[in-house]
Design a protein around this ligand. Sequence first.
Ligand code: URA
Length: 220
Amino acid sequence: MTPSQLKQVAEWFAAAGVSDITADKNSLHSGEKKEAGTLEELKAAIMRIDIPLKDCALNTVFGVGDPNADILLLGEAPGAEEDRQGIPFVGQSGQLLDKILAAVGLDRSRIYITNILPWRPPGNRTPTNQEMELFRPYVIRHISLVNPKIVVCLGGTATKALLQTSQGIMQLRGRWTQMAELSAKILPTFHPAYLLRSPSQKREAWADFLNVTQAVDQTS
Ligand code: URA
């Protein structure tokens, strides 16, 4: 946020009659994600986050797979089936994801899968900018603890949240990128739910995953 944007926000609060801004309860835990030295500690820190989104969910969907994987897949948020089982990508999108992985010779047990949000947004709505901002440091810590060579962002929301970009998935898919906070190479691709709606784009996603398998082989 630029100084002039910050000034605008302060003026907006003043106009709304807010004279005293105190840290919200979640910022009390803000150091925890940086200190979490294991995935278990990170999960415990996430479970201590206290926001209404959590109250709507049946389960916390943290992550699944090989905690030392070379490839980490980053989705958006749990859907209904993921919420019921507490595991990412086990619903319809997950079934398509498994097929894509099988087509390029990868299986779930060799990779790690997590999401931007650990709780299902009501009615499967898109995560808000505020939610993406709140969870981004946890996601970065999550990825750092797994320490993969490659992160595949599944869909526009995961890409936007991780890379903090305003560019859309159509521009970014299939293009390798990196970010200062992570050593992994990052590849945005289409979300399986989008591929279910637009099967003609499966070819591109398949090419992206092939690209991923080749990049892993080259870096090992
Ligand atoms: N869609 C996602 O982005 N994540 C899941 O875990 C399931 C569906």
